[in-house]
Design a protein around this ligand. Structure first.
Ligand SMILES: [Zn+2]
Length: 544
């Protein structure tokens, strides 16, 4: 038999090393240290402590059973969890949450790659020491089998402390508080996903529930078009005073009504579009999948709705924007380049589809046009002919690419207006177009070292300051002189795009009980005194 009398100091040392192997400790705290480097105010010390507590339980299991397999399982799980946390810090400079999973899974899988490229820099090197630590932890397992009774005391004490810590977390915040952040955020994400799956089934029910929607003067046909830009910061448009001539064509139009004080309530595509096209807004706490959508209102009043998109319909699992799109009567996806870095889908693909849709036999239409606009990677958003602006450094180059994408969008929106003009004249139809962006983009505007629309803490103004403009065909102006007057009178009023649902009902000329005139910027009863609290809870008018 082996000696049972290991010196006391060695016994304690071996117990501690087996339960808290140094490289495992390093892996546990590595992302925290990275977080302190990027943004100390967002670091949560509780997060690695929960991870540590769970890993301690696994290591204790190894100590008790003497089986090193537990060690390898523990280290592998730890590596995956910590790697995802570390990647979040490096890519979006904030901790993990269900929102960050939204960013990764809701938009294209390309988005994550876009982030990487835009913000590539030496921070990626931070992965190297992390991987080295992992390799070291596989090599040095600090496996000292249990030898004497004294070790049981130490083990017992550690286990009691660990279990008390986890129990307090679970008692105060529910069982999930005692799980790593990854488990919590995946759970929340999954919950959201299930809600959206319910959306489809409920859609018919909700349509039936709008009984009173009536299209006024339905014998006089009209078309409302919403051209949704992507990631457009209006401060990069010469139309709004930018120093580069990025919107030469739109500036030439003398019948374009340019709104000057419009902000997006949200910083993400899905939230923003869902907020715009459904009853949900920042004040009413209605979730997008709970309220009526503008497509529901259209269907109930006999207006045909179309969804034309240059975004990919195939999300990682089920793209939420696609679920919203599916509420339209007809959808047309021109971008099937998902997961491919080789193919690039320019917005001009939408022009022909738009013209065809406009000329569809149906008389009263709502057409939603979803541009790829200035989504990262900016350099892939415009054909070579639009590469007008250039820059030397990585930063200046990124800004130039972004500005080129704005220049290209100028061409796209102008082309859409030209198509509408021809159609309105030929068919004598009242056409109204709104062009807006889902959110802005921080292209080194509010940060020195960041381009994108992710943010942590207070939302930068560059992410919410968006373009908003209206074009009315001469037929619309003749048919609705008062509405047209209000539309141009209100161009300088403050507005948040989460209320577009009501503005669209107004522009379309639909009467329904769910319409709230004070929420429509195109209405004489519009409440322009609304306090503009945006998604992060801050008052835009006090941070701008
Ligand atoms: Zn977006």
């Amino acid at each position: 038999m082996k000696s049972k009398t290991l010196p006391q100091t060695n016994s304690l040392k071996h117990t501690l090393l087996t339960i808290f192997p140094p490289f495992v400790l390093a892996l546990t705290f590595y992302p925290l240290i990275t977080g302190l480097y990027f943004n100390a105010s967002l670091v949560e010390i509780a997060e690695p402590m929960v991870t540590l507590a769970l890993i301690t339980l696994i290591m204790a299991l190894r100590f008790v059973t003497g089986k090193n397999a537990f060690y390898y399982i523990g280290v592998s799980l730890l590596f995956i969890n910590q790697f995802i946390t570390l990647a979040h810090w490096i890519i979006i400079k904030s901790p993990r949450s269900q929102n960050s999973l939204f960013v990764v899974f809701n938009s294209h899988t390309n988005e994550a790659a876009g982030f990487m490229e835009l913000n590539s820099g030496p921070s990626y090197l931070l992965v190297i020491p992390f991987v080295i630590l992992f390799i070291l932890s596989l090599k040095y397992t600090f496996h000292y089998p249990r030898q004497d009774q004294g070790q049981n005391k130490t083990l017992g004490t550690i286990l009691v402390i660990t279990l008390i810590f986890l129990s307090i977390r679970a008692y105060m915040g529910g069982p999930r508080e005692a799980t790593p952040l990854l488990v919590r955020s995946v759970h929340l994400f999954h919950k959201e996903l299930n809600k959206y799956k319910a959306l489809k089934g409920e859609s018919q029910f909700r349509t039936d529930a709008i009984k009173d929607a009536v299209l006024l003067n339905r014998d006089k046909p009209r078309v409302v078009v919403l051209v949704e830009g992507e990631s457009v910061n209006r401060n990069h448009m010469s139309l709004y005073g930018y120093y580069r001539n990025t919107t030469p064509l739109l500036q030439e139009l003398d019948d374009l009504i340019v709104y000057t004080d419009v902000v997006s309530g949200y910083g993400t595509t899905y939230k923003s579009i869902a907020g715009a096209l459904t009853q949900s807004n920042l004040e009413n706490n209605i979730e997008p999948y709970e309220g009526f959508s503008f497509m529901d209102v259209c269907r109930a009043s006999g207006v045909m709705s179309y969804w034309l998109s240059n975004h990919s319909p195939i999300g990682f699992w089920n793209n939420f924007t696609t679920l919203l799109a599916e509420q339209s009567d007809k959808t047309e996806w021109v971008n099937l380049t998902t997961n491919s870095d080789v193919l690039i889908s320019y917005d001009e693909k939408l022009l022909g589809v738009f013209e065809k849709t406009l000329n569809d036999e149906v008389e009263n239409k709502f057409i939603f046009v979803h541009l790829m606009g200035s989504h990262d990677r900016y350099s892939e958003r415009y054909p070579p002919g639009f590469a007008r602006f250039k820059g030397e450094s990585h930063k200046d180059q990124t800004i130039a690419h972004y500005d080129n994408s704005i220049l290209y969008t100028d061409y796209i929106v102008d082309s859409l207006i030209k198509i509408m003009k021809v159609y309105a004249d030929q068919k004598d139809v009242a056409v109204a177009m709104v062009h807006v962006a889902d959110h802005g983009e921080d292209v080194y505007d509010d940060s020195d070292d960041y381009a994108g629309h992710g943010f942590a803490g207070v939302i930068p103004t560059s992410i919410v300051e968006i373009p908003f403009m209206v074009w009315l065909s001469p037929q619309y102006k003749t048919q609705y002189p008062e509405k047209s007057q209000t539309v141009s009178d209100h161009a300088h009023l403050p507005y948040v795009t989460d209320d577009q649902f009501h503005s669209l009902i107004d522009l379309m000329g639909i009467e329904t009980e769910i319409f709230e005139p004070r929420r429509s910027v195109f209405n004489t009863d519009y409440n322009f005194k609304r306090t503009r609290i945006i998604m992060d809870g801050s008052n835009y008018d006090s941070i701008k």
